[in-house]
Design a binder for this molecule. Structure first.
Ligand code: HSE
Length: 411
């Protein structure tokens, strides 16, 4: 019998407790032994549950209990999740988490602690909710050099953009709907400003390239400025706008990593990933493109990934050799001004077209229904980001108002 503790009885924590209880038979068959939730840490009271007697408010009760060999951290946030996870690992207890903030900030250190104490730090649920992505990357794709990862990593923003694209909603209306349906938080900043997607691409990039990629070094843009006009121009170009997290290795050993709303061509595999679904494309040098698709959030999909990690620990308690990356003090993320992309730009001004033609010689102009006089939209050729930004400044110097600019994802 494997005994576990669950830190946090919120959406995911309650899902874990229910899943372990309700699927006990199949879990036992796969783990080779029964799994029991012995303790649940939460400051709140949860009366009337068939496991109400297992709650505690004292983490030390869990830490000092030798019967508990696995700690599931589903509290979210950095503190006290980080302190609890480190303390558990130092006691030789494996830690399983869904907490992307924790993994993105402290993953390398917690993986090192797990190795030093011959236990595991697992976090399948931290990226893509119920979609298997962490384990496939370090086990099934282990023979590959990963060249690139590109993904829709945030369900809330994908839902909002889908409503803007398919039902012509504006951003505020789509956000309100996402909040009413319980997808977006009341304070939706982590989702709509791109921070959640940034943490997830950092985790995937760290795993793929072997060194810790810190979120604060990754240029991140959200979707709050996207308008129905931009959606229409994307359609005229032949694609859609998606919030894309991307990471790729450069030839000099750095990593290009970026989160930004981007034009994605209609034929791209990422273009048709809609609503709250997530999709991640991993390009291996042997496999070519492999795409992972499914529900990136939600109580039971996320709990499913957490419990699968728990089952894996019960089968192989010794530290996984392949789930690892190194701590990295220096910043190995290429400054985004040094990266190359084609861009979509929307501008306004009486002489806008002439100014654009002079500054962006290969600009391809776009159209939309109801396009007012003076508004121009165009896509550029692939340019160095700093050169592109310089051209935008020059456009503004000519009295042209820059209303929007987004990157174009090339396949
Ligand atoms: N807020 C996240 C999303 C939840 O919308 O994708 C899962 O990490």
């Amino acid at each position: 019998m494997a005994k576990i503790a669950v830190l946090g009885h919120g959406v995911v924590g309650s899902g874990v407790c229910e899943l372990v209880r309700d699927n006990q038979q199949s879990i036992c068959r796969r783990a080779g032994q029964p799994i029991e939730v012995k303790r649940i840490l939460d400051l709140r009271r949860f009366d009337g549950l068939d496991y109400s007697d297992r709650f505690t408010t004292d983490f030390n009760e869990i830490l000092s209990d030798d019967e508990i060999t696995i700690v599931v951290e589903v509290m979210g946030g950095l503190s006290p999740a980080y302190e609890y996870a480190s303390a558990a690992l130092c006691q030789g207890k494996s830690v399983v988490t869904s907490n992307k903030e924790l993994v993105a900030a402290k993953g390398a250190e917690l993986l090192r602690l797990a190795k030093e104490h011959n236990c595991n730090f697992y976090f399948e649920a931290s990226v893509g909710g119920g979609i298997p992505i962490i384990r496939p990357m370090h086990l099934c794709l282990a023979a590959n050099e990963i060249d690139e990862i590109a993904g829709i990593l945030n369900g809330t923003t994908n839902f909002i953009l889908t409503k803007m694209i398919k039902e012509q909603m504006d951003f505020d209306t789509a956000l309100k709907l996402a909040q009413d349906l319980g997808y977006a938080e009341r304070n939706p900043s982590a989702d709509v400003d791109g921070h959640d997607a940034c943490r997830k691409i950092c985790i995937l990039a760290s795993l793929a390239f072997g060194r810790h990629i810190h979120p604060e070094n990754v240029h991140t843009e959200g979707i709050t400025a996207i308008t129905p006009e931009d959606v229409d121009y994307a359609a005229n170009w032949g694609g859609v706008i998606k919030l894309i997290g991307r990471a790729r290795k450069t030839e000099d050993g750095k990593v290009e990593c970026l989160v930004a709303p981007s034009f994605v061509h209609g034929e791209s595999q990422l273009a048709n990933i809609d609503d709250v679904f997530n999709g991640v494309l991993v390009r291996g040098n042997a496999t070519g493109d492999v795409v992972f698709y499914g529900k990136g959030a939600g109580k039971l999909p996320t709990a499913s990934a957490v419990v699968a990690d728990v089952i894996d620990v019960t089968k192989s308690p010794a530290t996984s050799k392949s789930l690892t990356w190194a701590e990295c003090e220096e910043n190995i993320v290429e400054p985004f001004e040094n990266t190359f992309s084609a861009h979509y730009v929307r501008v306004n001004g009486v002489k806008a077209r002439k100014a654009v033609e002079n500054l962006f010689v290969n600009a391809a102009f776009l159209n939309r229904k109801g396009q007012p006089g003076g508004e121009e939209a165009f896509v550029t050729e692939v340019m160095l980001e700093s050169q592109f930004l310089n051209c935008l400044t020059q456009l503004e110097g000519l009295g042209v108002q820059v209303l929007a600019h987004l990157r174009i994802v090339e396949d």
